[in-house]
Design a binder for this molecule. Structure first.
Ligand SMILES: [Zn+2]
Length: 397
């Protein structure tokens, strides 16, 4: 309907239309400058795509290229009575455009609707009244920047397209066996060694690199925030940690009596580069990483992974065995149980995250153990794992 994705909750057709080039830029009510800037950028882009001049430009030239010479105002206002935080009302008449929203986020959602209408109706927008509110509070997309590095400019373009489709969560997967992408003050070795991957496509020794500086992160977070998209970082532990072990091989179970060196993997798979759960230094390093995440990401969530942990190293590690014995992590038959050690590990990480006023997200393996009530579960193996998380009372995505 009218080229709108997703469909709005309610659309009432009115007679008439409004020429795209006559729509003026939105003025910015106090405190809504960022939202107005996003709407005006979208409007300008739609006009450029349609090949029409902006109303301001035409006005300065005396309005010669417009049929009636008048600028149709684009008005923004807030009205808490409209509903949830992203609810909005968009009215297009032949006199102008009026947007009211329950919160600044709703203004951007309405702007996305206007942008889509402008792209699908490059000559004249249909006169409509749209009332809309999302059915789902969490509308996320995930980018795996560990396996493949994406430049900040590309991420901004993607975030803009996501906002155009009213998504509101950007889940940024920043570490895996194949790379550690986040530069953290005080821990420069993590990205320096973890984001440098041998490129085996060549006979010569070549590397592929790419990491995000604190400045890159601030830029992405601010760009997303202007579009009311929350940026949630993911550092995947205790499995998928080969790239972390590249700079901290001592945190591997046999790290202190082995000369094995890790480097970021150049192929897909599940690897045995996992963190020792019996070594306190593991949790010490993760605390410092979490300090950095809390500093750079304002989101109330931190994704800590928790998926695909091959636990053989834990069973053959003296420190992990001592941890399992000391904490009583045994199965029904009384044997040391690495599944429960995983639950212990993720529980400690979730408490460290909670101590920084954030909530842990974990992949659905976290419900295999006794994950805390506050953990948000992301189902990736199947929908069934999401249902299972719901059945034991965990919030899930
Ligand atoms: Zn160990």
């Amino acid at each position: 309907m009218y080229g709108l994705i997703p469909l709005p909750a309610e659309l009432i057709e009115r007679p008439g239309s409004l020429r795209l080039e006559s729509i003026g830029a939105a003025g910015a009510p106090a405190g809504l400058e960022a939202e107005a800037a996003v709407l005006n950028a979208w409007l300008a882009r739609a006009k450029a795509a349609a090949g029409v001049a902006s109303a301001e430009g035409a006005n300065r030239d005396g309005g010669a290229d417009r049929s009636d010479g008048a600028i149709a105002p684009l008005g923004l206002s807030l009205d808490a009575a409209l509903g949830g935080p992203e609810a909005y009302r968009l009215s297009i008449s032949s006199d102008g455009v009026s947007i009211a929203a329950a919160s600044p986020a709703g203004l951007v959602r309405a702007g996305a609707t206007l942008y889509q209408l402008a792209l699908s109706h490059p000559d004249a927008l249909p006169c409509v009244e749209i009332r809309d509110e999302p059915r789902f509070a969490w509308r996320g997309f995930m980018i795996d920047a560990a396996r493949s590095f994406y430049r900040v400019e590309f991420l901004e373009r993607l975030i803009d397209l996501a906002a155009m489709h009213k998504l509101n969560v950007f889940h940024w997967h920043l570490s895996d066996d194949q790379a550690w992408r986040l530069e953290l003050p005080g821990l420069p070795e993590l990205a320096a060694m973890g984001s440098r991957r041998l490129d085996r496509r060549f006979n010569a020794v070549r590397y592929r690199t790419g990491s995000y500086s604190p400045e890159d992160v601030r830029r992405i977070v601010a760009y997303a925030a202007a579009r009311h998209i929350e940026v949630i970082p993911e550092i995947d532990v205790p499995g998928h940690s080969t790239a972390l072990l590249a700079s901290h091989p001592e945190l591997w179970c046999h790290g202190d009596h082995s000369d094995r060196l890790f480097q970021p993997e150049d192929r897909f798979g599940v690897f045995d580069g996992i963190l020792c759960a019996g070594n306190e230094e593991t949790f010490g390093l993760l605390d410092r990483v979490l300090d950095g995440l809390a500093e750079f990401f304002p989101s109330g969530y931190v994704h800590a992974g928790g998926d695909e942990v091959p636990k053989g190293a834990w069973l053959s590690c003296d420190r992990c065995r001592a941890r399992m014995a000391a904490e009583g992590l045994r199965d029904e038959a009384g044997a040391l149980d690495p599944e429960r050690l995983q639950a212990y590990f993720m529980d400690r990480v979730s408490r460290s995250i909670a101590a920084r006023d954030r909530r842990m997200i974990g992949w659905d393996e976290v419900v295999d153990g006794s994950c805390g009530k506050d953990v948000l579960v992301m189902a990736w193996r199947s929908h069934e794992h999401g249902y299972r998380a719901a059945q034991i009372g965990r919030a899930h995505v």
